[in-house]
Design a protein around this ligand. Structure first.
Ligand code: ADP
Ligand code: GLC
Length: 486
């Protein structure tokens, strides 16, 4: 029997994206379908979402939802069956979904994602005529409060509830006085409710009231039950360890297919690896780097935040450039890091190329042209870019943490002898270990081209698709579907 899923997500590739959540929400439904799960995706009605929606029919109208009128519209967008919460007073704003033009969180984010979660709970609980599901999957804090609504205002038929953690660093913490505005009862403000150190936590609501908690890699699932990575929620998670599991993300192998990628100067496959040379030269030219086939070209794409450990790269850069390396970097985020990168690019012309901003095509071209893809993350729930790197023949050099530990096989002696290595790992947060891994990679790239090509081919042959993870999700959803429990 087909299982019906409501996936509740604040981001959806290619319509609205700040990071990997969008990629996951956009690609998982097609894989789930093959595993017998029919997905409807609920997204907030940002202008880009409304523009992308076709064949929309109104499903439900709210006369008053957190301070304004709202409508649930069902239609299709990006090839998916979607329901959009059209609430202009909350979502008709340009740019980044979470931040205003001043770069700060929108001041009404609690009400915005409270409304979103309320709509999710109404849909999942069968309170919207013509809509019914077996399981609801709540992605990150933006969807978390739906689990509390389903708990304090129980519907006749409660669906199975899964809370999926993509990043524990973002928890949706808001002042306690908003409890009433969010439509939650006073009793919800307690240790076994939404209260968190005197505030309201949307993520905690999801974790407390879900039937299953998943996160996006097995190693991160284990890490977040410990103080170092638990971000204050390790106690809660360890207490619910029997329902916590890690399901590794997959990647969209159509969007990320080097053989048919329209963004590339020269599409290629494992059989035509030498064509990467043309992509490397094009990338060097685009970023103002010296066009040099032998330079050790380090690629990096991502949010410039504490999480991603870019300060470690900054500290090592002058030394790496001294050894003949180049850097091709795409990212945005922390203003100080952006400024430091711009300065380094100016002081090392031809060796350091930075594009500060957001550019989907350039992200593909860096994966296709760089020799290695560096991820010095301090923590990494899964990470998708190292899997894009595997698929594009850029050898990943990554911190041994979270999903990076689970997806890259270090080129140590045993893995090399067994011919299974795909990259290099180092201890997270350690400058010495990062340097050592980069030196190992640089030496192999320079001195052992055959071994290097084997690393690339092993990476390109790795199955990073959604097939296996989708089966794991389907089994988990079935285990908590009310019809399977009846
Ligand atoms: P996170 O979700 O923590 O940011 P992931 O590796 O899971 O990290 O996913 C990041 C996604 O966002 C990838 O698809 C990556 O290519 C993309 N991305 C990040 N920064 C940029 C950027 N500046 N320009 C284009 N794409 C970016
Ligand atoms: C988060 C994490 C990242 C993960 C992504 C998709 O943004 O930081 O590691 O890959 O979600 O699950």
């Amino acid at each position: 029997m087909v299982l019906r899923l409501l996936s509740v997500t604040s981001e959806l590739y290619p319509i609205i994206k700040t990071g990997g959540l969008a990629d996951v929400a956009g690609a998982l439904p097609a894989a789930l379908e093959k595993a017998g799960v029919d997905t409807t995706t609920l997204v907030p009605g940002h202008p880009a979402v409304i523009d992308a929606l076709s064949g929309a029919v109104p499903l439900h109208h709210y006369n008053a939802l957190m301070g304004g009128q709202a409508t649930l519209l069902r239609g299709s967008a990006a090839g998916l069956d979607v329901i959009v919460l059209d609430a202009p007073h909350l979502f008709d704003r340009p740019g980044n979904p979470y931040l205003g033009p001043d770069g700060r969180d929108w001041p009404d984010n609690a009400l915005r994602y409270g409304a979103f979660a309320r709509a999710a709970a109404d849909l999942a609980g069968g309170r919207v005529a013509g809509f019914d599901v077996d399981v609801v999957q709540l992605h990150d804090w933006q969807a978390g409060l739906a689990a509390a609504y389903l708990h304090y205002d129980p519907p006749a038929r409660r669906p199975g509830v899964v809370a999926t953690i993509h990043n524990l660093a973002f928890q949706g913490i808001f002042p306690a006085y908003l409890l009433g505005s969010l439509g939650l009862p006073a009793e919800a403000f307690s240790l076994d409710g939404v209260e968190y150190h005197g505030s309201i936590s949307f993520l905690k609501a999801g974790l407390i009231f879900a039937d299953r908690i998943t996160t996006v890699s097995p190693t991160y699932a284990a890490e977040i039950m410990e103080e170092d990575a638990g971000m204050g929620l390790d106690g809660l998670l360890a207490g619910r360890a029997d329902i916590v599991s890690g399901i590794l993300n997959g990647i969209d192998t159509d969007v990320w297919n080097p053989a048919e990628d329209p963004a590339l100067a020269a599409p290629f496959s494992a059989a035509t690896l030498s064509a990467r040379g043309a992509n490397k030269a094009a990338l060097q030219r685009d970023l103002g780097l010296d066009i040099d086939p032998r330079a050790f070209l380090i690629g990096s794409v991502g949010r410039l935040t504490e999480q991603k450990g870019m300060d470690l790269l900054l500290a090592l850069l002058p030394e790496l450039v001294g050894h003949g390396a180049q850097l091709a970097l795409l990212g945005s985020g922390d203003r100080d890091l952006e400024a430091a990168l711009r300065t380094l690019a100016q002081t090392h012309p031809g060796r350091i190329g930075c594009h500060i901003g957001y550019d989907e095509g350039l992200a593909h071209r860096i994966e296709a042209g760089a020799d290695i893809f560096l991820m010095p993350s301090r923590f990494e729930p899964c990470g998708l870019t190292q899997m894009y790197a595997l698929r594009y023949g850029a050898v990943p050099v990554v911190a041994r943490v979270g999903g990076l530990a689970d997806t890259v096989i270090d080129a140590g002696p045993y893995a090399l002898a067994q011919r299974v290595a795909t990259g290099f790992q180092f201890a997270p947060g350690s400058l010495g270990s990062t340097r050592a891994a980069l030196m190992r990679a640089m030496a192999m790239h320079r001195d052992a081209p055959d071994a290097w090509a084997r690393l690339q081919r092993n990476g390109m042959a790795t199955d990073c698709s959604w097939t296996t993870p989708a089966r794991q999700y389907a089994a988990l959803f079935r285990s908590i579907s009310p019809s399977s429990l009846a």
